[in-house]
Design a binder for this molecule. Structure first.
Ligand code: ZN
Length: 152
């Protein structure tokens, strides 16, 4: 279905400006769907309410905006020049929540993948291809959570 893919991409490119928060998620979801992956979205019963959950692969995916989640070393992770203290505290809270949720999820036996918006903007196909490759590898190898590995 090459038509569907290119149409999706075009839509995403055009609508990115007016709806920054949701369109990268949509493009990731439709890519996965077209490639045969089945998933649940915005699962609020899991820590951090992951954007995409692939139960078959024991994998959760977060699609993070570089600004809000303060992508380290990224040029989009700017701090506004007014109310700098407020923003700095907010970003620190977001980053520490992300870290906490990742640890909780790993304890529960999930693979945790974070996809940054800048990677999707710059190299959508490459980012998605490496994601699919990871998922396929994980399907073939049994998962040991850090907890279970310690217990045995
Ligand atoms: Zn970034």
């Amino acid at each position: 279905m090459p038509d569907t893919i290119s149409k999706e991409k075009r839509c995403w490119n055009m609508s990115r400006i007016k709806d920054k928060d949701t369109t990268p998620e949509l493009s990731v979801r439709s890519y996965l769907f077209i490639n045969g992956f089945r998933f649940r979205k915005n699962v609020s019963s899991l820590p951090g309410r992951p954007d995409i959950v692939l139960p078959k692969y024991r994998t959760v995916i977060f699609i993070n905006g570089c600004f809000w989640h303060h992508h380290e070393g990224c040029r989009y992770a700017t701090v506004p020049k007014t109310r700098t203290d407020y923003w700095t505290a907010k970003f620190e809270r977001n980053v520490s929540n992300d870290r906490k949720n990742k640890a909780l999820l790993e304890d529960l036996g999930w693979h945790v993948i974070t996809i940054w918006e800048c990677c999707l903007k710059k190299e959508f196909s490459k980012t998605m291809e490496s994601l699919v490759e990871k998922l396929n590898n994980w399907e073939r190898t049994p998962y040991l959570s850090p907890n279970r590995a310690n217990a045995s």
